[in-house]
Design a protein around this ligand. Structure first.
Ligand code: MRU
Length: 387
């Protein structure tokens, strides 16, 4: 493999890297229907807000390309597409990218219907409009991430007067890299950009319990890219930050987002809020990297965000490949191991909300947003059309 690719797509064919088997095995699932995409997202074989939206959108594009519908009129076609998209939207509720993609796709097919009214080929025009709009979501995502990487690196370089002689270290949480997007990543994209500019001293990544996106996926991406990096458990962040003044030069905590709402409150992988509190206490910048597709201007504050709760087994069991006595990993043998009394009550929210007061900057593909003098975030400049 020359580059990590969570999603492989050509018209009529969608393949998704099974992230549950990483880092031990690279297996792509072929996704041909909305049902298969729903299951792939729900079971977290693909995860990360942008990747979820891309897979759902493209899965239905494949379905349409392969002609698996019975609609005969334009109206029936629109109703069919709506019903598939509404079904896919239920796969995971917290990330807003999927919901934003669905709004965009529904608009694209309606515009095509209006243009081709009374046309005998209206159904084909609607199908074509859907497929092109879905493919456009995939294509735009990579450019978006490259832009976030640049804006974020610029901002941090400016804040810390970083130079190749005076590099900065950063800490990140969960996985926001190539595996969570179409490529490059958001928060991890900024880290990649810092590294490319020779401004990165070291990247720390948290294990990210309970699903271990940090240890399974981010550490895999960092090693793959040759970025100097160290894995810590979530509970070690305070100890690391306490050392920072004397030894570490940690310039920022950089995280992604599943939903940023109008006032800047940010839902991201559970554990993010704790890192923001710790960063503030230790005088470390806290940066959220989020494409504008992760911004929800309809919801006023974090209180309006629905937080997904996941199953108890994510806390009471752990899955992995078997380690041989000589330390090598046997990728053919995977095992689920009980790590708690299986009868214990479990609370397993997948995300938490970081209040905007604790966030120093929100980096989008259109620019970096910081709080104005009155202490509030204002997304007018980066989202003028939706403000
Ligand atoms: O439950 P997950 O793995 O989908 O959670 C992912 C995150 O919280 C990411 O930080 C977020 O989606 C941003 S990905 C660019």
């Amino acid at each position: 493999m020359t580059s990590l690719q969570a999603i492989r797509y050509s018209r009529g064919k969608l393949e998704v890297l099974d992230q549950l088997r990483l880092p031990h095995e690279h297996h792509y699932d072929v996704i041909s229907t909305s049902e298969e995409a729903f299951d792939c997202i729900k079971s977290m074989r693909v995860r990360g807000a942008p990747a979820i939206a891309i897979v759902a959108s493209l899965a239905h594009a494949v379905e349409l390309e392969n002609g698996s519908y019975t609609a005969t009129t334009a109206d029936e076609m629109i109703a069919y597409i709506d019903s598939r998209l509404d079904f896919l939207k239920e796969s995971r509720p917290t990330a807003v990218d999927l919901s934003n993609a669905i709004t965009l796709l529904k608009l694209a097919v309606r515009e095509a219907q209006i243009k081709s009214l009374d046309h005998p080929e209206a159904r084909a025009a609607i199908t074509k409009a859907y497929i092109e709009a879905a493919e456009n979501i995939l294509e735009k995502d990579l450019l978006t991430n490259l832009s976030i990487g640049d804006f974020g690196a610029n901002w941090l370089q400016g804040q810390h007067h970083a130079t190749p002689e005076r590099k900065i270290s950063v800490l990140t949480h969960c996985n926001t890299g190539s595996l969570a997007t179409s490529g490059h990543g958001t928060a991890l994209g900024i880290i990649r950009s810092l590294h490319e500019r020779n401004l990165l001293l070291h990247a720390y990544c948290t294990e990210t319990r309970p699903y271990n996106q940090g240890s399974r996926l981010t550490s895999f991406e960092l090693v793959f890219e040759g970025i100097p990096s160290t894995l810590i458990t979530d509970s070690m962040a305070a100890a690391l930050f306490a050392l920072q003044k004397e030894q570490m030069n940690i310039g920022a905590v950089i995280v992604g987002a599943d939903r940023v709402v109008r006032n800047g409150d940010t839902a991201n992988k559970v554990g993010t809020y704790a890192l923001a509190v710790l960063a503030r206490y230790h005088g470390i910048k806290f940066v959220v990297a989020a494409p504008t597709t992760s911004i929800d201007l309809e919801t006023e504050s974090g209180r309006g965000i629905k937080i997904e709760e996941r199953k108890r087994e994510e806390l009471t069991q752990i899955a992995g490949a078997v380690v041989n006595p000589d330390g090598s990993v046997d990728t053919q043998k995977t095992a689920k191991v009980a790590i708690a009394d299986q009868r214990i009550n479990v609370w397993n929210p997948a995300f938490d909300v970081t209040p905007f007061e604790l966030i120093d900057a929100i980096v989008t593909e259109k620019g970096t947003v910081v709080k104005s003098k009155d202490g509030a975030f204002d997304f007018r400049d980066v989202m003028p059309e939706r403000w």
